[in-house]
Write a protein that binds this ligand. Sequence first.
Ligand SMILES: Cc1cc2nc3c(=O)[nH]c(=O)nc-3n(C[C@H](O)[C@H](O)[C@H](O)COP(=O)(O)O)c2cc1C
Length: 203
Amino acid sequence: MYYDPRAGDHGLAFDPLKALVVPRPIGWISTVSAAGNVNLAPFSFFNLLSEDPAMVCVAPGGRKPDRPMKDTRANIEATGEFVVNLATWDLRDAMNATSAALPAETDELAAAGLTAVAARQVRPPWVGESPVQLECRHWRTVELPSRDPDQPKAALFGEVIGVHVDDRLIVGGRVDITRARPIARLGYALYAVIDHTFHMRRP
Ligand SMILES: Cc1cc2nc3c(=O)[nH]c(=O)nc-3n(C[C@H](O)[C@H](O)[C@H](O)COP(=O)(O)O)c2cc1C
C-alpha cells in the first residue's frame, strides 16, 4: 500500500505512521514550574540526537483545555531545565499513570507513588525507581508546523549535562541494558520491552 500522510488516504481504521517508525524511546520527563511544582510525563517523540555535546530532543504537541501548551513544554521554557528518566518494564504502570491530563499544580511523580530524588545540577527531581536519568539544560525550541493553530507543536532541544546510571546495570565495564528492561513505544496502544539484544560489528 501507499498513502499520502497529508491526505490521510490510507484506508485503514487508524493512521499507521506511528506503528511504522518503531520502536520509539520514551523520554519520561520531570520538570518543575516557575513556582516550583513538580511535573512528570512520558514522551515518545523523543530521542538522543548527538554526542559531544550530548543533545536530546522532545516534541510535546497540543495543549490542555485550560492551558496554551503542555506543562512539560511550559516548564522547560520557563526554567530551562529537565530530567529524562528511563521508563522500564517494572515502571510501566507508573509511566502510563503520569500521562493523565491532570491540573498543572498536580505532582504526577508523587501521585504515581514514585520517589523524588534531588538532581545534582538542575532543579527538577528524578524518579528514584528508574535506573537511568539524564539531567538536561534547554538549548532551544523550534516551533513545528501544526495543521490546527489551536494545537501548538514544538521540538525542544536540550544538552545532557549529567548522567546517572544504577551501578547494577554495569557488567564488565559496559551497560547491560537488558537488566533495566526499557520499554519503547510502538503504534496504537502497543509497547515493546528490550530484554534481548544481538551483536553486530560494522564492516
Ligand atoms: C508512552 C507515551 C508517549 C507519549 N508521547 C507523547 C509525545 O511524544 N508528545 C506529546 O505531546 N504527548 C505524548 N504523550 C502524552 C503526554 O504524556 C500527555 O499529554 C501528558 O499529560 C502531558 O503532560 P504535561 O502537560 O504534564 O506535559 C505520550 C503518552 C504516553 C503514555
